[in-house]
Design a protein around this ligand. Structure first.
Ligand code: APR
Length: 255
């Protein structure tokens, strides 16, 4: 056993402090086969987000943005939760984790059994009309390869947050409240480059929470707000963490 094993340190924190909250990003779903946005395999390597992922781009050319969204939907389509999603759901059942704030729109936290999920960037489950705001379940209106339209004849947009759009009010409020009141913020698989999601760890830290970061890479958070960095893949780390926390009496001392 490594001295000062960060997973054990994190387990000790999670057991000792009440009310942990997780903040997740695309990295947690990589092991489910969904590539992240940034990095060599990322979706933004193929699609320039300025051209394909802003609300301005959508209003100018919805069919073009729907092509990127179709690819995103098909990447998410067959994916199933991996042990990292399952681990967070298990921590919730164990009474250790209070909620998950996710930037992902893939629905895998809910599929894994997490109940308290704040979808910070929305989801692909529903569509909204850009003119009259009428909403529809995605499966009722959208066929892959097409640009869905409303009964009023206007274009439908998925209820995901594109660059330049505000975070849904309730998600923003509840995420900030969770950050201000948690004992530990467990940050998993985000590059922490996109605002305002990247402010959540800062809000938590400022309010007194400990910040644990699970990411094979360092991020802008690592040297500034992170208390414990666990440089590993999410599924392996979460599996180990849950295993340690399941042992009655707590993690054995470090040596
Ligand atoms: N386990 C943990 N972390 C991983 C793993 C893994 N197996 N694989 C990759 N990562 C990390 C990467 O090192 C990277 O830091 O996940 C992070 C993914 O970063 P991004 O692709 O930038 O994803 P994310 O932070 O969720 O992006 C935020 O940007 O464009 C938007 O709206 C999109 O919600 C998204 C937002």
């Amino acid at each position: 056993m490594k001295a000062h094993d960060p997973v054990r340190q994190a387990a000790r924190l999670l057991r000792g402090r009440r009310d942990a909250v997780a903040l997740t990003g695309a990295g947690i779903s990589v092991e489910s086969g969904i590539p992240a946005f940034r990095g060599s395999q990322g979706l933004w390597g193929k699609y320039d987000p300025a051209e394909y992922a802003t609300i301005g781009a959508f209003m100018r050319n919805p069919a073009k943005v729907w092509r990127m969204l179709s690819e995103m939907a098909s990447l998410c389509g067959d994916a199933v939760p991996n042990p990292a999603h399952a681990g967070l759901a298990e921590l919730e059942r164990m009474g250790i984790l209070r909620s998950v704030i996710t930037q992902n729109v893939d629905g895998l936290h809910q599929a894994a059994g997490s109940r308290q999920v704040i979808e910070y960037h929305g989801n692909m489950e529903s569509l909204v009309c850009i003119a009259c705001w009428k909403q529809y379940p995605t499966r009722e209106r959208w066929v892959d390869g097409t640009t869905p339209s409303c009964d009023c004849g206007q274009i439908l947009k998925p209820n995901v947050v594109l660059f330049g759009e505000p975070i849904p009010w309730l998600a923003q409020e509840s995420a900030e409240e969770e950050a201000r009141t948690c004992g530990v913020l467990l940050v998993v698989g985000t590059s922490a480059q996109v605002s305002p999601a990247c402010d959540i760890p800062r809000i938590a830290r400022k309010a007194g929470a400990a910040v644990v970061e699970v990411n094979p890479e360092e991020t802008p958070l690592t040297a500034s707000v992170t208390d414990i960095h666990i440089p590993g893949a999410a599924s392996e780390v979460l599996r180990t963490l849950v295993g340690i926390l399941r042992v009655p009496g707590g993690p054995p001392p470090e040596h």
